[in-house]
Design a protein around this ligand. Structure first.
Ligand code: SF4
Length: 77
């Protein structure tokens, strides 16, 4: 897994985290704790679940701090 500042990829999808938008509701950690980890750095581990499962969880983020794009559509992100 490659890790950039607030941007993570597993080869299939790229997940972006914008800390200024995060309201720390922890929906991500509660829903998919193996990917969104509160006690480990880097806190997002995209290797821990299937991309579809990660996408479903990102769509539940109440603040929009988490977003994703599919890597073959990267220019659209
Ligand atoms: S679900 Fe979104 S708002 Fe809540 S802690 Fe995760 S990133 Fe932040």
């Amino acid at each position: 897994m490659k890790t950039y500042e607030n941007s993570y990829t597993n080869g299939e999808i790229t997940v972006t985290y914008q800390p200024k938008k995060c309201i720390h509701a922890e929906k991500c950690a509660e829903g998919l704790s193996e990917v969104f980890r509160t006690t480990v750095i880097p806190w997002i581990n995209l290797d821990a679940a299937e991309s579809q499962k990660i996408i479903r969880q990102i769509k539940k983020c109440p603040s929009g701090a988490l977003s994703f794009c599919k890597n073959q559509q990267k220019e659209a992100c």
